[in-house]
Every structure is written in structure tokens, then in C-alpha cells.
Design a protein around this ligand. Structure first.
Ligand SMILES: [Zn+2]
Length: 135
């Protein structure tokens, strides 16, 4: 699956199911795993705003639940003025599974911006920090 197809999956298969009654800001994500499978995510808002889940993290949870922990690329799409950036929380969650993941940010207007996760979050907290702890 190429980047354009991944963006289309994020729009037509994920974003359309977003639950965003409060912000109206619907986001779709499509996560391409190393084995070729694609997992989708949409943002899921909550009346307790702080419990809202981003589309990207929903896609990661779907992939991990199915046994996939190696990611090639993530496409995220919303109807904003610029390609949809990935928030800091989602960058950290994605970093758990690989700094080389390609991030494809897009908007409905067709603008696209691409980056490696490690360039979006160069000093991610990793499990190397935990394993260095003296006990
Ligand atoms: Zn996020």
C-alpha cells in the first residue's frame, strides 16, 4: 500500500467514523504495519474532555491488539488549514514502537507533509531509561 492509498484509507475508512460531537474536528488514521496489514483509528471524544482519544493512538491500540508492533507508516488526516500534525502524546506512544516510522500528515484539501517520527520527537522517553535504573 502506497502513501496515497494509506491517506485514502484514513479518510474513507476511519475519519468517517470519528466520534467528535464536541469539537466537530474529525480525524482519521491508517497505520501500515511491517507485515502489510493496515489498522485504522478515528478520534473518540468524551463528555469528560480529557478522556478523548486521538485517532493515531486508537490505530496503535488496534494494531497492538492484533499482534502487530512494527510500524512502517502512519497516515493522519483531518479537515484543517494545514496537514494534520500529530500531537505530542501520540508521538510518544508511536515512539514506543519505533523511531523510524514514517508519519504522513495530510488534510482533506490534499496537502501532505511527511516526516520520520524520530524527527518529530527527537528526545522521546524510551524503555532504555527504565532499564538503566539501579535496583
Ligand atoms: Zn494525538
Amino acid at each position: 500500500m502506497d502513501d496515497t492509498e494509506l491517506i485514502q484509507a484514513a479518510i474513507t475508512e476511519a475519519r468517517q467514523n470519528a466520534y467528535a460531537p464536541y469539537s466537530g474536528f474529525r480525524v482519521g488514521a491508517a497505520l501500515l504495519c511491517e507485515d502489510g496489514r493496515v489498522f485504522l483509528g478515528a478520534n473518540v471524544e468524551n463528555a469528560v474532555y480529557g478522556l478523548t482519544m486521538c485517532a493515531e493512538r486508537v490505530a496503535v491500540a488496534n494494531a497492538v491488539t492484533a499482534g502487530c508492533r512494527s510500524f512502517e507508516a502512519l497516515a493522519v488526516v483531518a479537515d484543517g488549514p494545514t496537514p494534520c500534525p500529530v500531537c505530542g502524546a501520540c508521538r510518544q506512544v508511536l515512539a514506543e514502537f519505533g523511531p523510524e516510522t514514517r508519519i504522513i500528515m495530510a488534510n482533506i484539501a490534499g496537502e501532505v507533509k511527511k516526516a520520520k517520527l524520530k524527527d518529530l520527537l527527537p528526545t522521546a522517553f524510551t524503555n532504555e531509561q527504565l532499564f538503566n535504573e539501579k535496583r
